[in-house]
Design a protein around this ligand. Structure first.
Ligand code: GLC
Length: 437
């Protein structure tokens, strides 16, 4: 058994740490301007201007089953879907607002189709719910609001009552956690209590969201649900975004190991962005997944579907990169975690270890393919068999004292020497599976 013990939290994180890999889906009206999901903020748009998207939102090619199949093929085990993003538009048929998909040409509950399709493929289902809301009349203008630069920004807040908005959130979270069956993850986003602007605007945090009540409600409705830590209250999940941790994420005060999930985009925006060009290379994608699991974390990889409701070729290609790799190598990901501390020093340059939770198998990921031999100091007495994971072909090995080819140089006797084929197998990152004694 792995000796790593993660901080105990109320949600059921056991399945989550086993499954390791999920799909984030950012979909809303912002798919239409197609130039970032923050577009209403970035271009300081008025509600009247943004209304042009609401009136024409018609995802006629939305096929949630297709998304679910692609997610499953990519090796993803769960998904998190934006039921509402910062724009405030609801992708579900809420009874507490008119600002919802059923009142657009879409004419149907998009969340419902997502839930049913992903569940049918055996994936676990989660919701992203934005705490920020740039449409709700009682959400006060703050440092991130599209109206923040108005000359009378502060005046706009007269008559706005965040208590009413907090109640609205509870009502909607209740709908989401009551009307769609079992929900495994609730992803609130996000808090900025310390933000201040020159014109006197402030940020928002747990007092504004009434996070305690909101979270208590979610836990009561869906015991075991996993909740992230972005409602300005620590919960189950630490969520590094747009950077990769280089160590297992630890609790700031206690130093305990946390359950963490890096969330990343295929390119630089979460919502569909037509012209954005920073698409990650296949190598970077696969390395990102491996790096994450090698540090005990999960990866939530985002897609931003188009306004018409399909995943564009770039997204499909990126998912296919995962599908091709995971088809043969998922054993080094599912049920795996950071290798035991005493094994870590044996990891050669340009490689990453993961280890099965039961401790029996060690996975050596060859991020750069070495020439012919790979030396793993300290492992000679611990390994009883080695094979490539993708094809199950034996990798022959020796111990340090048995080497006869390193004219003059000496390896310690407990060094495990793997002999690798000269030609890199056609796998982006080949994996050697080491069966431990
Ligand atoms: C940020 C952004 C948001 C995105 C989220 C994903 O907080 O505000 O657009 O949904 O990150 O983690």
């Amino acid at each position: 058994m792995s000796s790593y013990i993660t901080r105990k939290t109320p949600g059921n994180t056991e399945w989550f740490r086993h499954d390791r890999f999920g799909m984030f889906i950012h979909w809303g009206l912002y798919a239409m301007p197609a130039r970032h999901e923050w577009i209403k903020n970035l271009e300081c748009m008025t509600d009247e201007h943004y209304q042009r998207y609401f009136e024409r939102f018609d995802p006629d090619l939305y096929d949630a089953r297709d998304w679910a199949k692609r997610a499953k093929a990519a090796g993803m085990k769960y998904a998190v879907f934006t039921a509402k993003h910062h724009e405030g538009f609801c992708m579900f048929d809420s009874q507490y607002t008119d600002y919802k998909c059923t009142n657009t040409p879409a004419g149907r509950d998009l969340v419902k189709e997502y839930v049913e399709a992903f569940r049918a493929e055996g994936l676990r289902v989660g919701f992203y719910y934005s705490l920020i809301d740039w449409h709700h009349p009682h959400f006060t203008v703050d440092t991130n609001h599209p109206r923040r630069k108005d000359p009378d920004a502060l005046k706009l807040n007269e008559g706005r009552d965040m208590r009413i908005y907090a109640q609205y959130m509870r009502d909607q979270v209740k709908e989401l956690l009551t009307n769609y069956g079992k929900i495994d993850i609730l992803w609130f986003d996000f808090s900025y209590p310390n933000a201040r602007s020159d014109n006197g605007l402030v940020g928002k945090g747990k007092e504004d969201w009434e996070s305690e009540k909101l979270i208590a409600l979610a836990r009561e409705l869906q015991p075991g649900i996993i909740i992230d830590n972005r409602a300005d209250m620590e919960q189950d999940l630490w969520t590094p975004e747009q950077f990769q941790p280089t160590q297992w994420v630890r609790h700031a005060e206690t130093g305990e190991l946390c359950t963490w999930e890096a969330c990343q985009t295929f390119s630089g925006s979460w919502g569909y962005h037509r012209d954005e060009q920073t698409w990650k290379s296949p190598e970077m994608l696969i390395r990102m997944l491996i790096n994450t699991v090698s540090l005990g974390g999960n990866l939530l990889m985002n897609v931003g579907p188009t306004a018409r409701g399909y995943l564009d070729d770039r997204a499909c290609d990126a998912l296919q990169v995962f599908a091709d790799w995971m088809k043969y190598n998922s054993r080094s990901i599912y049920g795996c975690t950071m290798a035991e501390p005493d094994l870590l020093p044996s990891c050669p340059q340009d490689c990453r270890f993961t280890q099965s939770e039961d401790g029996k198998r060690l996975y050596l990921h060859l991020m750069a393919y070495p020439f012919a031999y790979l030396n793993l100091p300290g492992l000679a007495d611990k390994v009883e068999y080695a094979q490539f994971l993708h094809d199950g072909s034996e990798i022959i090995f020796k111990r340090g004292s048995e080497q006869s080819f390193m004219h003059g140089s000496k390896l310690s006797d407990d060094t495990l020497i793997l002999r690798l084929p000269h030609v890199k197998p056609r796998v982006i990152v080949p994996v050697v599976e080491l069966f431990l004694k």
